[in-house]
Each structure stands twice: as structure tokens, then as C-alpha cells.
Design a protein. Structure first.
Length: 153
């Protein structure tokens, strides 16, 4: 009879962590793609916002104080059409209430009332133009951003 040599059971070596399995590579590629698209959309939105800010600032550079008030009013009306097609036809306090939106009463009862007759005055009170410019710029950017479709912002 032959004598068989018995040996102990050998456990195979544990799998190494590198290289990862193909599923992990696919997950990493998908995650990278999602982050790249999100970064591109964020950058595009920031560039668009900067463009709107430049448009607002350039429109106010040329002209006297009443001309600047008229330019702000025109920009706000153009931006309002992006949200509501009939908003640019509003007059007086209805227009100011539209500009207030849900944020408060800065236009209808605050510095924003200058938009109604400020374009027709010869001189404006010191600081009044700066106060309404801050309000108008903020609302202009809000209206422009609100008028963008969700996928194109």
C-alpha cells in the first residue's frame, strides 16, 4: 500500500485592494462625471450672473442722476418680462408692489419709490440714488435668475 503524505489545508491569499474591481472603476467614473457637470453648471451660472451685473453697471454709467433712475427702471421692466409677460405694463404703485415681491416693502414704501418720479426730477437727494441702486440691482439679479429655466441656470 502506498503511503499518502497528508498536508495541512492551505487558505488562499486574501485579495489585494489594488487594482479595484471593475464596478468600483465605473462608480468612480460616474462620480467624476457628476462632479464635472455640477462644476460646469456652477461656473456657467456664475458667469451669467457676472454678465448681468456688468449689464446693470454699464447701463448706469452713462447719464445724469435722473438718467440713471430711468435706466434702472428700464432694466427692471425688461427683467420683469422674464417672470411675467405682463409685468412691464404695470404702472405706479402696482409696479412697485410687483418689485417688492415676497421680500418686503422696500420699493412700495421705502427708497424704491424714487423709481416712480426720479427720472423726471432735476436733482435727487444725496444718498437716494445709491439706496435705490442697491435695491434695484438686487431685484434685477433676482428677476433675471428667476426667469431662467431650471436646467439652463
Amino acid at each position: 500500500m502506498l503511503a499518502l503524505v497528508l498536508r495541512d489545508v492551505h487558505v488562499p491569499a486574501t485579495p489585494s485592494m489594488w487594482p479595484p474591481a471593475p464596478g468600483w472603476w465605473l462608480l468612480a467614473a460616474a462620480l467624476f462625471l457628476v462632479l464635472a457637470v455640477a462644476g460646469w453648471l456652477h461656473r456657467r451660472r456664475a458667469q451669467r450672473l457676472q454678465g448681468w451685473q456688468r449689464l446693470f453697471d454699464q447701463a448706469l454709467q452713462a447719464g445724469s442722476q435722473p438718467g440713471q433712475v430711468a435706466a434702472m427702471s428700464e432694466l427692471l421692466r425688461r427683467a420683469a418680462r422674464r417672470v411675467d409677460a405682463d409685468a412691464d405694463r404695470l404702472q405706479g404703485h402696482d409696479w412697485l408692489r410687483f418689485l417688492d415681491g415676497d421680500a418686503g416693502t422696500d420699493f412700495s414704501q421705502g427708497a424704491g419709490t424714487l423709481l416712480l418720479e426720479g427720472g423726471y426730477r432735476r436733482e435727487l437727494e444725496p444718498g437716494a440714488l445709491d439706496a435705490v441702486q442697491v435695491l434695484a440691482r438686487r431685484r434685477f439679479l433676482q428677476l433675471m435668475a428667476a426667469g431662467m429655466p431650471a436646467g439652463r441656470a
